[in-house]
Design a protein around this ligand. Structure first.
Ligand SMILES: *[C@@H]1O[C@H](CO)[C@@H](O)[C@H](O)[C@H]1NC(C)=O
Ligand SMILES: *[C@@H]1O[C@H](CO)[C@@H](O)[C@H](O)[C@H]1NC(C)=O
Ligand SMILES: *[C@@H]1O[C@H](CO)[C@@H](O)[C@H](O)[C@H]1NC(C)=O
Ligand SMILES: *[C@@H]1O[C@H](CO)[C@@H](O)[C@H](O)[C@H]1NC(C)=O
Length: 360
């Protein structure tokens, strides 16, 4: 064995040993020494075979622990978080209460069709699609950092926020060279209640009447009637999405925009994979593995987490903040009136809410 190769092997053995010890909290290059001792002991009891990539067994680790393990797996030291961030960290049970324990990936039954349609893996393209504020930038970052052996695109060639129906009519700027037939859209969907909160902060191309006195707003209330003239008594706040001068869509409400966008992709006559934003935040490894499996690609080992913000516009939420916000049952209901909630029950598409297990 050449000298260099041997010292490389020694170094990699030392590195593996160091990361093994760091999992045991004995040697911690990231100074995450303040994981509670109880967590450590319970973790160690279940240690056999647990690698950095292992899916945490939440029946043996208690609720708080799974979040802590997730941070540790990502190399985020608790000591690097502010006191406030630490106090706000949710328990895993909060996540389960809202979104369940298991990831949801829809459309996998079409994976084989896609692979047969594009038999050469070199031709296959994974591409991001999703409404504004659903984590499309995060998904793209995860693709470029962790999906291996296949080409990925930051957006479907017809535009990531565009309606599925424009696939053949519209091609986004500088996307002309990509063969649309070779693209598998991965649509990232997000809890509509949380999504509406983000839409209020950053509406992007969506326009509707709203103010900080009531947003998200579906049904006009008394205050709205004082604010806005000519509000009809029997309808919601309509929404217009203006993609460009030639392409505008009208929706009866934010709920209709969310439902229609996703239903179009659900009913598309080509394979589409759906993943949940919440799963990408809390269980990125599992989600990326399913996506990779669908197209015959692999996931980088160990996974590189996206900890800083994935975009330089919008809210710039980092991962810790995303964890905290996403697990909050209160934040997602902010500003919704009883009438709004009733309206959501009636107008968010029930099949989508059921399939993706989003509660109202
Ligand atoms: C989790 O651990 C429990 C108890 O050790 C075991 O019965 C169960 O099968 C495990 N679940 C998974 C998904 O590994
Ligand atoms: C809306 O309802 C109010 C009170 O119920 C009524 O005075 C008003 O005329 C109605 N406006 C329209 C446009 O129907
Ligand atoms: C995140 O951003 C901070 C400040 O911009 C930087 O110091 C740090 O290295 C970044 N971390 C990662 C993992 O990119
Ligand atoms: C919405 O939130 C704002 C500020 O957070 C508050 O002032 C307002 O009263 C709320 N409106 C409703 C309808 O809850």
């Amino acid at each position: 064995m050449p000298r260099n190769a041997r010292s490389g092997t020694v170094i990699s053995i030392l590195l593996s040993f160091a990361s093994f010890l760091s999992l045991l909290q004995l040697f911690d290059p990231l100074q995450s020494t303040d994981v509670p001792q109880s967590v450590l002991e319970r973790g160690l009891a279940d240690f056999k075979g647990l690698s950095r990539a292992t899916r945490f067994n939440s029946t043996t680790l208690d609720s708080q622990d799974r979040i802590l393990w997730l941070l540790q797996d990502a190399g985020v030291a608790l000591s690097s978080l502010s006191e406030e961030e630490r106090q706000q960290l949710p328990k895993w049970q909060h996540v389960i209460d809202l979104y369940g324990d298991d990831i949801i990936v829809h459309g996998q039954e079409q994976c084989e069709t896609f692979r047969q349609h594009v038999p050469n893996p070199k031709d296959r393209i994974l591409a991001v699609a999703g409404l504004f504020n659903t984590g499309t930038n995060l998904l793209n970052t995860q693709f470029t950092r962790n999906i291996q052996g296949i080409k990925t695109l930051w957006q479907v060639p017809w535009g990531k926020h565009r309606m599925a129906q424009v696939k053949w009519e519209h091609t986004a700027h500088e996307m002309e060279q990509h063969n649309k037939e070779h693209v598998l859209p991965v649509v990232i969907i997000r809890d509509p209640l949380a999504w509406m909160q983000s839409m209020c902060a950053n509406p992007y191309a969506a326009k509707w009447r709203h103010g900080t006195h009531h947003c998200p707003n579906l049904v006009p209330d008394e205050l709205d009637r004082q604010f806005y003239r000519h509000l009809p008594n029997d309808s919601a706040f309509g929404v217009r999405v203006k993609y460009d001068a030639e392409s505008q869509f009208e929706f009866d409400s934010l709920a209709h925009l969310w439902s229609d966008y996703h239903l179009q992709y659900m009913n598309a006559d080509y394979p589409v994979l759906f993943i949940r934003y919440e799963d990408l935040v809390f269980q990125p490894k599992q989600v990326l593995t399913q996506i990779a499996h669908c197209v015959g690609a692999t996931v980088r080992e160990p996974l590189r987490y996206q900890i800083n913000t994935s975009k330089n516009h919008g809210s710039g939420t980092n991962w810790i903040r995303a964890i905290t916000k996403t697990a909050s049952a209160e934040l997602r209901k902010h500003n919704l009136t009883a009438d709004d909630i009733t309206y959501l029950h009636q107008h968010l598409d029930a099949s989508l809410m059921d399939l993706f297990q989003y509660p109202i």
